[in-house]
Design a protein around this ligand. Structure first.
Ligand SMILES: Cc1cc2nc3c(=O)[nH]c(=O)nc-3n(C[C@H](O)[C@H](O)[C@H](O)COP(=O)(O)O)c2cc1C
Length: 280
């Protein structure tokens, strides 16, 4: 198995260091056995989490850091059960078994506190018209949780560790099991669970859309719009490969033409919609 490369960041400029950490942040689902991590390292990751932005600076989350092997194994057991349910109840999703979590050195659980949504803009009851704020409060809340999870993953990467991002704790059954185990009220929600470990192999890359396909300068370019057929094809045929293959571009796959079919150009070029027509 290919070993993880260590990155020498010392000699680089800050923006290059940040960019390299961002590129190297990967969802890794296999960790090296028998490794340990210090509390100082975990606290330094938590400190990076603390500086994440939140709507209205509400800091609408807490962080449960698990480094006790007994508690870790109990959390892992909950996620192994969660993945078994996923295979049955969300059939078709290319999930991997959570058994890989066995070599996790620590787990960060971001526990969202939805009560803090009151801190975000609220519709004035005396005002006529629809409540535009309720739905946006949800966006602000979940974006705040996403921001902290991203900070954690980046800080973990900067420490030479790696992590995954498990969202299954947001499902009520899994959240209930976690709240029973860890002692938080079940109206809080474990929206993000980040198992941390030393990477067993180098997963340096993952498919990313070409930069020119997703950047729209000064307005939305209709030729860059992804047609519905492309999305349908992704769901039907491509999702497991785009999710798990260790390459940035589909062109680098030996079986790219076969896998991408008529949508090869759409997945590899800047213009997935050459006609420039939007579908209704
Ligand atoms: C909101 C969100 C939820 C995710 N949930 C899971 C999850 O439950 N299990 C998992 O293995 N990966 C999960 N991921 C990781 C994605 O599968 C992964 O980011 C994506 O495939 C790209 O791979 P990369 O992170 O290595 O670049 C999640 C990512 C995000 C942003």
């Amino acid at each position: 198995m290919k070993k993880a490369k260590s990155v020498n960041l010392q000699s680089k400029k800050p923006h290059r260091i940040l960019s390299e950490i961002m590129r190297r942040r990967r969802s890794v689902r296999q960790f090296e056995r028998g490794r340990k991590v210090t509390r100082d390292t975990l606290l330094s990751v938590a400190e990076s989490a603390r500086w994440a932005p939140t709507g209205a600076n509400s800091q609408c989350w807490d962080l449960i850091v698990i480094d006790d092997p007994t508690v870790r194994d109990a959390v892992i057991e909950i996620f192994v059960e969660q993945s078994k349910r996923l295979f049955v109840k969300a059939k078709g999703f290319p999930a991997v078994s959570k058994a890989y979590l066995a070599n996790t050195v620590a787990i960060f659980i971001v526990v969202g506190d939805p009560r803090w949504k009151v801190a975000f803009p609220q519709h004035n009851k005396d005002e006529e018209g629809p409540d535009e704020y309720a739905a946006n409060n949800e966006n602000i809340y979940f974006c705040s949780l996403g921001a902290v999870i991203q900070n954690i993953q980046l800080a973990v990467t900067a420490q030479g560790l790696t992590s995954a991002w498990l969202s299954g704790g947001g499902e009520p059954s899994t959240n209930q099991a976690l709240s029973d185990l860890l002692g938080y009220p079940s109206y809080l929600s474990a929206c993000g669970t980040i198992p941390v470990g030393y990477p067993k192999k180098d997963v340096g890359m993952r498919y990313r859309r070409p930069l020119e396909q997703l950047v729209h300068w000064n307005g939305y370019a209709a030729t860059q719009f992804r047609p519905q057929g492309m999305l349908d094809y992704y769901l039907d045929r491509l999702r497991p490969f785009l999710m798990y293959r260790n390459t940035e571009s589909v062109e680098d796959w030996e079986d790219a033409r076969e896998k991408c079919g008529n949508w090869y150009d759409a997945f590899s070029s800047s213009e997935p919609n050459p006609s420039g027509q939007f579908e209704q």
